[in-house]
Design a protein around this ligand. Sequence first.
Ligand SMILES: NC(=O)c1ccc[n+]([C@@H]2O[C@H](COP(=O)([O-])OP(=O)(O)OC[C@H]3O[C@@H](n4cnc5c(N)ncnc54)[C@H](OP(=O)(O)O)[C@@H]3O)[C@@H](O)[C@H]2O)c1
Length: 263
Amino acid sequence: MKIGFIGFGNMAQALARGLVRGGAVEADAIGACARDRAKLQRNTEPFGFRAFDASAEVAAFADVVIVAVKPYQVEAVITPIREALKTKIVVSVAAGVTFDDYERILAPGTAHLSTCPNTPVAVCEGIVALERRHSLSAEQLKAIEELFAHVGLVLAVDTPLLGMAGTICGCSPAFVAMFIEALSDAAVKHGIPRADAYRMVSQMIVGTGKLQLETGQHPGAMKDAVCSPGGTTIVGVGELEQRGFRGAVIAAIDAIDAKINGK
Ligand SMILES: NC(=O)c1ccc[n+]([C@@H]2O[C@H](COP(=O)([O-])OP(=O)(O)OC[C@H]3O[C@@H](n4cnc5c(N)ncnc54)[C@H](OP(=O)(O)O)[C@@H]3O)[C@@H](O)[C@H]2O)c1
């Protein structure tokens, strides 16, 4: 299967690297185009990806065309190649551009699916939310689900929830990075070398996430499991609660949602 990216910025590069790292495809089965040819060359050549001058070349090369330009650019970029896309599987990663938009933009009968991945796909620990409404055949959908399973968790959501899935999975890496930094600062304050602190904290987050995924445990039960009566962890939990830790996280998502939906 050949994968073509129209637009090769942060998201497309993360996906391309993850697909190769996860063993989904060889690097030379990935091709891309972007606006700035020199930059595209720098982002493709060292990894063995193919660089194309135009989106029409990407469409000719690929079986699966991944639309990875900014949402407001999708229509202008896709319209000139809509005929060439009729026989391809078009997968969009553009936030907020959903089934109905592509039905309007693409030629009738084109197979298309809107998704929302997050950048940890680069290390095959991402999430790819798929819009439940799509125009792929069952066989095409299976192929795409298998492709994305190489880079992380694949999960279908209804159209109205695709945006929120994107917020939770796409924006929250910034919050987690802030948490990693904060906890590491605390570790450094108490004498742990900074490099060790980052590794320790990041692995603790990976491990806690894996434990939850594998056991399906309620997060509250996971918290209780490390809080012994009269112990030390519960003292830290109390401090976080007093400082509005959970409320602050929920308010951050509310603020993003309000901005996206112009509330
Ligand atoms: N970053 C994330 O975490 C994330 C998460 C979920 C979804 N997404 C979605 O992914 C899409 C891309 O986001 P990004 O963060 O990767 O943005 P980005 O880094 O700005 O990349 C955009 C890419 O589009 C290219 N481009 C612009 N105009 C073009 C044209 N006319 N023809 C071909 N390529 C063109 C740009 O090329 P030049 O650089 O040469 O101008 C660049 O390679 C967005 O729709 C976004 O909603 C991103």
